[in-house]
Ligand binder design. Structure first.
Ligand SMILES: [Zn+2]
Ligand SMILES: [Zn+2]
Length: 136
């Protein structure tokens, strides 16, 4: 899919808290580091999300109170390309096994348009569950 190839990637590693991707099909995605960390595709994080029934685009702890003062701001300490298909983040919380492929990043693009498209899918599923086809 040509849409899931980036034309350019900017990681605002020290001066900001986002990664911006301009895709070859003209789409633009801006991911906050917190979003990326919560969407980490590694087996460990996948497992955690399955247990808590959380989607990669949902924050890990929506009910948590204000962050404790001593908690450092989440940042990548290292960002490295993986072949020509993915990018790997090493986080300052010690986590380091997340390899984000371009197709995964595009699938979980946090923009309004893509979020709405993902939710349209949820709606469809909901309708099917509530209106099962009649038995012949
Ligand atoms: Zn992970
Ligand atoms: Zn998008």
């Amino acid at each position: 899919m040509s849409g899931s190839q980036p034309a350019s990637i900017k990681v605002h590693k020290s001066s900001g808290n986002t990664m911006e991707i301009a895709w070859k099909d003209g789409h633009q995605s801006t991911y906050s580091f917190a979003y990326l960390r919560d969407a980490c595709p590694c087996a460990l994080c996948n497992d955690e999300r399955e247990k808590s029934r959380r989607q990669p685009d949902q924050p890990s702890s929506p009910d948590a109170g204000p962050l404790p003062m001593f908690k450092p701001v989440l940042r990548p300490t290292e960002v490295a390309p993986v072949g020509n298909y993915a990018i790997r983040f090493t986080w300052n919380d010690g986590h380091q096994h997340g390899i984000y492929s371009w197709s995964y990043l595009r699938e979980w693009c946090p923009c309004e348009e893509c979020r709405a498209a993902r939710h349209a899918g949820d709606g469809l599923q909901y309708d099917i569950e509530h209106h099962p086809p009649r038995k012949q």
